[in-house]
Design a protein around this ligand. Structure first.
Ligand SMILES: Cc1cc2nc3c(=O)[nH]c(=O)nc-3n(C[C@H](O)[C@H](O)[C@H](O)COP(=O)(O)OP(=O)(O)OC[C@H]3O[C@@H](n4cnc5c(N)ncnc54)[C@H](O)[C@@H]3O)c2cc1C
Length: 420
């Protein structure tokens, strides 16, 4: 049976890998000339097996309303986007109760832990070089209330397998000496020793090459225009270079899943939330952080990835625009420079790459994985701020389902027109 995988991001390639391992005939279709050139290119690089809380959380709707139109808001909703996303917004608000938030965080945690194991197994089997680092992740807080609140969420998740350590300022400095300049303003931190770092683009491209070795076919530079159907089943995909016949397809197009499936009457509630990253050579910054530091009050992450440093942050709801907005990039850099005053001396904007990507966010903050009402059409999308973390487990679980096998974990519950 030929299965098309639509989209060669981290999620699509992981799905193709596991489908091939099940013995299927697999073809990947991707509009870019290589794998992982869109959202899977410049993300924060953190395998956040411990940072699984959805953005749909208690208090968030009021915060978004308060931040409306404010250029420096942590999550900026542009007025022009509101008419296109009101239904998604209502679903998002419904998921912000304490009960839904706790449930969705638990679902993400189970998938994240499974995904981390799956990533480690693939890395061991294939020896893909992707700048993996296993020093853990430090999240820092500047007020005791914020730290207490974050710890409460960790306590609840610890019953389900989360590993964390609450650290005082001295212990935080011990683990990450680069915090020395900002330590007088800190209340403490949370250290997640199991979380890892890796270059999502390098891993995904490496895995695509391994898939090709196993016989997966790739059609790059091929725009998917629509899904072809007959009655209640899929018969193929119409692309910029012609029709490709198939009786099965997995849509792994992140935020673009929604517009592709809308004409078929299949509602997939995913909305793009633009984020930014700034990648630069570590050069001679010898005292740079050795582990990712996520700053809760300044809302950025500074992540060492191989011989580079990457600052990531910003969340802007502004449709499908992927141009990095300079004022927001400057705000992210200013926040990172507050915490790491040595940073401006080592960040050369002339050679840094300023990048924007669209996080594919679902209202529940959990990915949408499973079957649609159209026979043979599956979805694996909507991984939001956690797609690198969740990619391998999502691909593995969906490949099991398509192959008639029970997945090893319970997947997040259905959203929109998809049932697991
Ligand atoms: C600033 C930022 C920081 C982040 N940090 C982290 C992090 O630290 N850890 C983490 O786990 N996650 C992080 N994420 C989230 C993560 O990057 C995404 O969730 C993940 O990359 C989504 O993978 P994907 O395969 O679903 O999407 P993509 O990588 O976008 O793949 C979808 C593919 O579909 C292709 N495509 C789309 N439409 C078509 C079409 N019509 N025809 C053909 N091809 C098409 C695209 O070219 C693309 O290659 C971050 C995201 C951002 C923006």
């Amino acid at each position: 049976m030929t299965i098309l995988v639509l989209g060669a991001g981290a999620v699509g390639i992981a799905t193709a890998w596991y489908l091939k391992k099940h013995g299927h005939d697999v073809t990947v279709i991707e509009r870019q000339p290589e794998a992982a050139l869109e959202t899977s290119w410049g993300n924060g690089g953190v395998i956040h097996a411990s940072e699984v809380e959805p953005w749909s959380q208690p208090g968030m709707p009021m915060k978004i309303v308060k931040w409306l139109g404010k250029e420096n808001a942590p999550l900026l909703l542009r007025y022009g986007s509101i008419p296109h996303m009101w239904r998604w917004g209502l679903d998002f608000a419904r998921n912000c109760t304490p009960e839904r938030f706790a449930f969705n965080a638990r679902a993400n945690l189970e998938l994240a832990l499974y995904s981390l194991r799956s990533l480690q197994e693939i890395a061991a089997e294939t020896q893909i070089a992707y700048d993996r680092a296993t020093n853990g992740v430090m999240k820092i807080y500047r007020s005791k209330e914020a730290l207490d609140g974050a710890e409460r969420s960790c306590v609840a998740l610890a019953r389900h397998g989360l590993l964390y350590e609450r650290v005082d300022v001295a212990r935080a400095l011990d683990l990450e000496p680069a915090l020395k300049d900002t330590s007088p303003t800190l209340a403490g931190g949370l250290f997640f020793k199991r979380d890892e770092v890796g270059d999502c683009n390098k891993f995904t491209q490496g895995l695509a090459a391994q898939c090709a070795k196993l016989g997966v076919r790739f059609h790059y530079s091929t725009e998917i225009q629509r899904i072809e159907t007959a009655g209640d089943k899929i018969t193929g995909v119409i692309t910029s270079v012609g029709r490709i016949a198939a009786d099965q397809a997995v849509v792994a197009l992140a935020s673009y899943t929604t517009p592709l499936l809308k004409p078929l009457g299949i509602r997939i509630p995913i909305y793009p939330v633009k984020g930014l990253s700034i990648t630069f050579a570590r050069g001679n910054w010898g005292s740079a952080p050795r582990m990712p530091v996520i700053d809760d009050s300044r809302l950025f992450g500074l992540v060492p990835i191989g011989d580079r440093m990457r600052i990531s942050g910003s969340a802007e709801i502004t449709g499908f625009d992927t141009q990095p907005a300079m004022p927001r990039a400057e705000a992210v850099i200013a926040n990172a420079s507050y915490t790491f005053p040595e940073l401006p001396r080592h960040l050369d904007l002339a050679t840094a790459r300023i990048w924007a990507g669209l996080r594919p966010v679902s209202p529940a903050g959990t990915p949408i994985i499973g079957a649609t009402s159209l026979k043979g059409l599956w979805v694996n999308a909507g991984h939001g701020h956690l797609g690198w973390t969740l990619a391998c487990g999502s691909g593995r679980a969906l490949a099991d389902i398509i192959s008639g096998k029970r997945p090893e974990i319970t997947l997040p519950p259905p959203q929109g027109a998809v049932a697991a």
